[in-house]
Write a protein that binds this ligand. Structure first.
Ligand code: MF3
Ligand code: CO
Length: 276
């Protein structure tokens, strides 16, 4: 998302530590979601679970009222790319839902997202999820000192669009993160190697590929927020908070606790039927 300011803020090591606490609190919230997610649940129930969990842990949900956003999470199901409003429609088997959530903790923002499958889904959607997550890590690999924003962008586009023929959303981008939810620089998921801002140590980025199974084209609903694919095909979204370092980027958010909860939740990953 774009914003008015035009300044890049580099954090101190101490501030990066505080930002890690904020990012991990979001990860913990998403792992709570992963534990209970199942067909029949509504995204409004997930919204209240997340808001309660964050408040119980002394955080402030950051999306609520941000530019008038009316909920605590973004819940984007199937052809919804991002910024889906939580609603009272029960999730059903085969749905892919991205939960994007942000918190302010001790004055610092955490903002990240994870895409879940309800029950089982098609091989096509499974591949879209796998490739989108892989592309996020390929972008993170490039988030080191002296690389440029364009190197991150190119790596994501290369893996998703050129290799797998998916559509990379152009209208929405990742961003710097800190005392504000959206800081410079923008972090597009498409671009040219060697272009853009040169990365320096302790720049914190929210890298967030939004990848469509079909065409890259999207539109915004009449509600002014919900972004959907034009062709109605599914879209997947993953987001990590990442700190630029000299040799290897430091990932502040933590998927391992989400993935562990996801694998333990038999409603998300049905056990294979054992035939005697
Ligand atoms: N991760 C999203 C973003 O960076 C979340 C913003 S939703 C909003 O744009 F409601 F806060 F705008
Ligand atoms: Co973001």
């Amino acid at each position: 998302m774009s914003h008015g300011k035009n300044l890049v803020y580099y954090k101190t090591d101490y501030e990066v530590g505080l930002m890690k606490e904020a990012a991990v609190l979001v990860s913990k919230t998403l792992s709570e979601v992963a534990k209970v997610l199942k067909a029949g649940m509504t995204t409004l129930q997930i919204d209240s679970l997340c808001a309660t969990f964050i408040k119980d842990h002394k955080g402030i949900p950051s999306f609520h009222n941000y530019r008038g956003y009316p909920h605590h999470i973004c819940a984007s199901v199937n052809d919804v790319v991002v910024h889906g409003f939580p609603n009272s429609i029960p999730l059903k088997d085969g749905d892919v839902v991205s939960i994007d959530f942000g918190v302010i903790l001790n004055g610092w923002h955490g903002d990240h997202a994870y895409s879940f499958v309800i029950g089982d889904t098609s091989d096509d959607v499974k591949q879209l999820i796998r490739v989108t997550k892989e592309s996020l890590y390929k972008g993170i690999e490039k988030s080191i000192v002296n690389n440029r924003i364009g190197d991150i962008a190119f790596a994501i586009q290369e893996h998703t669009e050129r290799k797998h023929k998916y559509g990379v959303v152009r209208e929405l981008v990742g961003h710097g993160l800190g005392k504000s939810l959206h800081e410079d620089p923008n972090v597009p998921n498409y671009g040219t190697r060697g272009n853009g801002l040169k990365l320096k140590e302790n720049l914190v980025l929210a890298i967030e590929p939004m990848i469509n199974m079909g065409s890259k084209d999207v539109f915004t609903d009449a509600d002014g927020w919900t972004v959907k694919t034009k062709d109605g095909k599914p879209s997947v979204h993953f987001e990590h908070d990442v700190c630029v370092k000299r040799n290897k980027a430091l990932i502040l958010s933590d998927y391992s606790i989400i993935e562990a909860a996801e694998q333990a939740n038999t409603n998300l990953f049905p056990s294979p039927v054992i035939v005697f």
